[in-house]
Design a protein around this ligand. Structure first.
Ligand SMILES: [Zn+2]
Ligand SMILES: [Zn+2]
Length: 190
């Protein structure tokens, strides 16, 4: 069984849908300095980051994410050449998602802030708990007790399995961020 969650930016211009497919996602917190830099670039640190500087992400296949309204308001940055594509809205500077710079990689890390739930209980029922907190060494203040200082090696087999399944199933397309193998908008390198 899969659930569909509505996506909406802060001002409501950009809307979309996300299919939640069991076994095809990771619900994580990323505490890395790049995610923190992205939030400060958008001038939305207090809206995006938790008290430790963590960003809540829902990592899944691009095929499962759809932008249904306002796609002309999609912007993209790279913190450096060859960095991840960090997609955001241009209407209200909300983070949308991270992807690799290549459209061939079946991966999208969607900002949980876009996801519309009635309440926290409903959210936990649909997404399950956060299963990994990575790059805790970049935490603001004390590192959360359940965070890993870097990236837990125990997670690697899961990530490899996820990527293989995504590649074999061609779950990189369709993507809200690439069309005919090209990004929907040109990334601005900071
Ligand atoms: Zn907006
Ligand atoms: Zn990060």
């Amino acid at each position: 069984m899969s659930n569909v969650v509505n996506l909406r930016c802060a001002c409501g211009t950009v809307k979309g849908k996300l299919k939640i497919v069991p076994g095809s996602y990771f619900h994580v917190h990323c505490l890395c300095c790049d995610c923190q830099s992205f939030a400060s670039y958008l001038k939305k640190e207090e809206n995006i980051l938790d008290e430790h500087g963590g960003t809540e992400l829902f990592q899944t296949y691009p095929e499962y994410m759809e932008i249904t309204e306002g796609s002309e308001n999609i912007g993209c940055i790279q913190l450096r050449e060859k960095g991840l594509y960090r997609w955001h809205t241009t209407c209200c500077n909300m983070p949308l998602a991270n992807t690799m710079a290549s459209p061939k990689i079946p991966f999208v890390g969607i900002s949980a802030k876009l996801m519309q739930f009635g309440n926290e209980k409903e959210k936990t029922e649909v997404l399950g708990p956060v299963t990994m907190k990575a790059f805790g060494k970049y935490s603001k203040g004390d590192m959360p007790k359940d965070a890993h200082p870097k990236f837990p090696i125990s997670y690697m087999p899961k990530i490899i399995g996820f990527m293989l399944k995504g590649m074999l199933g061609k779950k990189n397309i369709p993507s809200p961020f690439f069309r005919n193998g090209e990004p929907v908008t040109k990334a601005k390198v900071l």
